[in-house]
Design a protein around this ligand. Structure first.
Ligand code: 5AD
Ligand code: SF4
Length: 480
């Protein structure tokens, strides 16, 4: 059956991708769009207009997984409305819910045409063609081939549209088996991409104007990719290599596990000026009993020791973390240890979650599950403590001058919004030509969710012209 509008030879089909969950999914969603672009798919901001809608889903907590089904209810109505206009809309479920539930999704939501897992989306053109021919397509077998070898690279236009900061997946999956976590089941075993593939992708992005690269992986600091010398490279070695690529001015990596924070990686924070002074290092709990039950394979003291060594290496380093409250067996005393750890480390921010028992994980089978009420109450107390720490950190930025990477126009006329080295949004009165550039900003005011500042120097005219025409202010960049 014909697909989309019939506007002649240059007929394009519209694609709408909605991403849930982590940065890994954001990256995957972009690569799905890249891979469908040669097939004539152009992204649209309106699901209702789309010929193909992809929900890239997250399975980490029950709430995240349930969102998919309410979203599918909405899409069914849109699909019916499109059909009433004689237009066919395909609906696809991708990501970790697809991986975990497979065929079950089509049973619960028969209007779904396609289901595919995080390791199969390189087959999208073929899957779409199959669904177009009328059948439903489910593909959640872990692919034998490497999906990265089959994905189309992003076009320069796509890179520019996405801005000066980009994610690059270097590692996927997890072998750690924390007892609360579904990741080892949905994303599979730990796999690292070869060094040269990562280098090629970063170089491609940097030549198109990307200034900030975040290397991502479920367990990014367990990276062990094959180098061109035939040896296995660590994340430290990979960071050293990427820091040499022309145009890469800022580097980050996420998410790390404390167990893999080795000395080489810690000293990268001292040695590499491009490495931003901010690290996300999930700890989950401050109580040894709970860390053991979670199979985290480190103690509270180990974590504090890593923090001390990181701060020795980079005194202005800010730390963020993830916490789970109400893991089975967590007592009030264990929880107090978590609150005390937050105060001791002084995080610049953190995510906190109520424990959600996930089918198939050991935690879900444990005795002493904590009541919903207790979890909510602890979550509130923890969030209050984290918020206070975050506010203290933000206030400590007042009067400081640091580099801001400008992203887009701000809320008010003449304002731009950018990111500080600590990822805080910063609002500054600045010319639009600074979008995509880094400039020094002095912080003058601190509000709850963002900082306000003034340019520390008057910007010089953009002198190092990029491959972007002057009529596209997006990625022009001033001379260093
Ligand atoms: N329940 C609650 N939070 C969870 N996380 C992972 N699994 C669960 C779960 N079953 C949290 C952890 C992890 C973050 C990505 O999500 O804090 O670091
Ligand atoms: Fe999940 Fe633990 Fe692996 Fe992180 S380290 S992805 S929390 S199993």
């Amino acid at each position: 059956m014909a697909f989309g509008s019939t506007t002649g030879m240059n007929e394009s089909r519209k694609l709408y991708v909605k991403s849930f969950g982590c940065q890994m999914n954001v990256y995957d969603s972009r690569r799905m769009a890249d891979t469908l672009a040669p097939e004539g798919f152009v992204e649209t901001a309106e699901a209702g207009d789309a010929d193909l809608v992809i929900l890239n889903t997250c399975h980490i907590r029950e709430k995240a997984a349930e969102k998919v089904y309410s979203e599918l209810g909405r899409l069914r109505r849109m699909k019916e409305a499109a059909a009433a206009q004689g237009r066919r809309m395909l609906v696809a479920v991708a990501g970790c819910v697809a991986q975990a539930e497979g065929q079950e999704i089509i049973r619960r939501a028969p209007s779904v045409d396609l289901v595919f897992g995080p390791q199969n989306y390189h087959r999208l053109p073929e899957l779409v063609a199959r669904a177009e021919r009328g059948g439903q397509a489910v593909d959640t077998e872990f692919a034998l081939e490497d999906k990265f070898d089959h994905l189309a690279p992003p076009s320069r236009a796509a890179i520019r549209a996405r801005g000066a900061s980009a994610f690059v997946t270097v590692q996927e999956g997890c072998d750690k088996f924390c007892t609360f976590c579904v990741v080892p089941y949905t994303r599979g075993a730990e796999v690292s991409r070869p060094v040269e593939k990562v280098v090629a992708e970063v170089t491609h992005l940097a030549t198109a104007g990307v200034r900030e690269i975040t290397l991502i992986g479920q367990n990014v600091n367990a990276y062990h990719g094959e180098g061109s010398d035939g040896r296995i490279w660590s994340l430290r070695r990979l960071l050293d290599r990427i820091a040499q690529i022309d145009g890469v001015e800022r580097l980050r990596y996420t998410t790390s596990h404390p167990r893999d924070m080795d000395n080489d990686l810690i000293t990268a924070h001292r040695d590499l000026p491009q490495l931003m002074p901010q690290l996300h290092l999930p700890v989950q709990s401050g109580a040894d009993r709970i860390l053991r039950a979670m199979n985290r394979r480190h103690s509270r003291a180990d974590y504090l020791d890593i923090v001390r060594r990181l701060r020795d290496a980079r005194p202005d380093l800010a730390l963020t973390s993830d916490f789970i409250v109400g893991f089975p067996g967590e007592t009030e005393r264990d929880f107090a240890d978590t609150l005390a750890l937050v105060e001791e480390v002084g995080f610049s921010g953190a995510f906190s979650f109520k424990y959600s028992p996930r089918p198939g994980t050991p935690g879900a089978e444990m005795d002493d599950q904590i009541s919903e009420q207790e979890k909510s109450e602890r979550l509130q107390r923890l969030q209050w403590t984290i918020d206070r720490n975050q506010a203290a950190f933000n206030h400590s930025c007042r009067g400081r001058t640091f580099d801001v990477l400008f992203e887009k126009p701000g809320r008010h006329e003449g304002q731009l919004v950018g990111r500080s080295p600590y990822l805080q949004p910063v609002q500054v009165q600045a010319p639009a030509s600074l979008i995509g550039e880094i400039a020094a900003v002095t912080i003058t005011e601190v509000a709850s969710n963002s900082l306000f500042g003034v340019l520390a120097h008057q910007p010089r005219a953009a002198s190092r012209a990029m491959q972007v025409p002057a009529s596209e202010p997006g990625l022009l960049r001033a001379g260093a």
